[in-house]
Ligand binder design. Structure first.
Ligand code: NAD
Length: 500
């Protein structure tokens, strides 16, 4: 069995005696153990981060960018092995794991353009002989706390932006699939980053609390479930930090009567069942508009879902693999029980699914639930599994209202050929990221990612210019260079200066 270490300068620190099992979800066996660190380990990581950060921040932006250029190359060279490692601990299929690495890599590509986006602002002649300029300076030490479902992409969203901006960074990845984050940190040193600039500490709530309370950590980015996101936000802010905390999701896909249903079924199958539904931008709720659309859609969805191929994570023919842990498998199955008790129609039932030859793996069959209504707990809460719920809307107005009134507001999609309806929907819906005939509208790295309502606490998004703002503080300089002709006893000096 493998032992996974922290990635902290000076070795792993004294063992706390607490460890966490890392499963191979395809076989149902424990494949590794990860130590759960404590505040003493964090103190050591922070001390090292403090030592190296000023020199990194003082390096000119081009030189910082060159480390990221090299890092990009190294990730590309290691793409296959990173994806296989990721897939073996998470359970998503290898091609999908490559997408996980790739979407993080795109943020690394973005920060290669750091000299351009970090230039600052300048106004010449803001007043008589006065110029004003603004610069963005790093916070100092940033920390990231990440979920299990994107163990490459989300850490790169955070440390890519934070470190490019001149910060040192401490990552606390999910204890369920911690190997890829460590590998990403090793490659960063190989790319030429000073040791200690990016460190990885493993742990659970104890480590998260230590991060939130640490007086030398100035900014915390969190992605995970909503209750924990809210807790992290409140505790971090109370400790005087800058915090962005992304939470759960329940994304709706609205299907208008004029939509191309074959295309919709194809898109929906991937978006609802890909990665076994363990994506914050999955589409677990479909909202056909009108009874006729609902019936036509259902008729096409059933054979498409029945044709899905569930396999071990390294099966190249599998559409999706197992879910992450045995506890998560039973939680998903319990949600299907709940939905049935609440009166939903179980059209396709994925409970009790077993893969021949891999009976101990954490597989859940694809599930389709119809006649789901807004009063059901199984609609209100996130299931995070391969379960698609049909909620029928009588008209467009109801279809806009459903995602708008849901507690989560991460992503939403509309499928239609009607540009007016799409435009109206995009402008009115109370959700942060919208897809128009795009089922998983994760914005590209030079835009920005973030949901609304209980899907995100704090006011700044991940990556893009928003991410850069999060990891920096603005300093504004107002300057003049007098020519030595000032009059003595000038009463104007006692009046609040204006540029008048
Ligand atoms: P999680 O909330 O269980 O864990 C996230 C992180 O919090 C982990 O690092 C974990 O160690 C830590 N943690 C766990 N329990 C804690 C506690 N009691 N106190 C403090 N920290 C704790 O989330 P998960 O199951 O790893 O990930 C899935 C969730 O993340 C889903 O809800 C999904 O929607 C959400 N997610 C959201 C986004 C987004 O951008 N909005 C993206 C990906 C995932």
């Amino acid at each position: 069995m493998r032992n996974i270490d922290h990635f902290v300068v000076g070795g792993p620190g004294s063992p706390t005696g607490r460890t966490h099992k890392v499963w191979n979800p395809s076989t149902g066996e424990v494949q590794a153990e990860v130590p759960l660190g404590d505040a003493a380990l964090l103190d050591r990581a922070v001390a090292k981060a403090k030592e190296v950060q000023p020199e990194w921040a003082a390096l000119n932006p081009q030189k910082r960018a060159r480390v990221f250029f090299k890092y990009k190359e190294l990730i590309e060279q290691n793409m296959q092995s990173l994806a296989e490692l990721l897939s073996s601990e998470h359970g998503k299929v290898v091609d999908d794991a490559k997408g996980d690495v790739q979407r993080g890599l795109e943020v690394i590509e973005y920060v290669c353009g750091l000299p351009q986006f970090a230039k600052g602002e300048y106004t010449q002649g803001a007043g008589p002989g006065i110029d004003v300029y603004s610069m963005r300076q790093p916070l100092g030490i940033g920390a990231g706390i990440t979920p299990f479902n994107f163990p490459a992409m989300i850490p790169m969203w955070m440390f890519g932006m934070a470190i490019a901006a001149g910060n040192a960074f401490i990552l606390k990845p999910s204890e369920r699939d911690p190997s890829v984050p460590v590998r990403l940190a090793e490659l960063f040193v190989e790319a030429g980053a000073p040791e200690g600039l990016l460190q990885v500490v493993h742990g659970d709530k104890e480590m998260v609390d230590a991060i939130l309370d640490h007086e030398d950590i100035a900014g915390v980015s969190f992605v995970g479930s909503s209750d924990i996101a809210h807790y992290v936000y409140k505790r971090g802010v109370a400790a005087g930090k800058r915090v962005q905390a992304m939470g759960g999701a329940k994304n709706h896909g609205v299907v208008m009567p004029d939509a191309d249903l074959d295309q919709v079924v194809n898109d929906l199958s991937g978006a609802a069942f890909g990665s076994a539904g363990e994506r914050c931008m999955a589409l677990p709720v479909v909202v056909p508009v009108g009874e006729d659309t609902a019936e036509r859609l259902k008729e096409k969805l059933i054979p498409a879902i029945n044709a899905l191929n569930i396999g071990v994570s390294n099966d190249p023919d599998a559409h999706y693999g197992p879910v992450v842990t045995p506890e998560h498998k039973s939680r998903i199955e319990q949600w299907i029980d709940t939905a049935e008790k609440e009166g939903a129609e179980v059209v396709i039932d994925g409970r009790g699914f077993s893969l021949q030859g891999h009976e101990k793996g954490f597989f859940v069959g694809p599930t389709l639930l119809d006649r789901v209504t807004t009063d059901m707990e199984s609609y209100k809460e996130e299931i995070f599994g391969p379960v698609l719920q049909i909620v029928r809307a009588k008209d467009f107005e109801e279809a806009v209202r459903l995602p708008s009134e849901h507690q989560y507001g991460n992503g939403v999609a509309i499928f239609t050929r009607n540009g007016h309806a799409a435009r109206e929907f995009a402008s009115r819906v109370n959700v942060g990221m919208v897809g128009i005939n795009v089922p998983i509208p994760v914005p590209v790295s030079y835009h920005t990612f973030g949901g609304w309502k209980r899907s995100a606490f704090g006011d700044t998004n991940q990556y893009g210019t928003e991410g850069f703002k999060f990891w920096t503080k603005v300093k504004t300089v107002t300057q003049r260079w007098p020519d030595g002709t000032a009059e003595a006893d000038n009463k104007d000096a006692f009046i609040i200066p204006t540029m008048g």
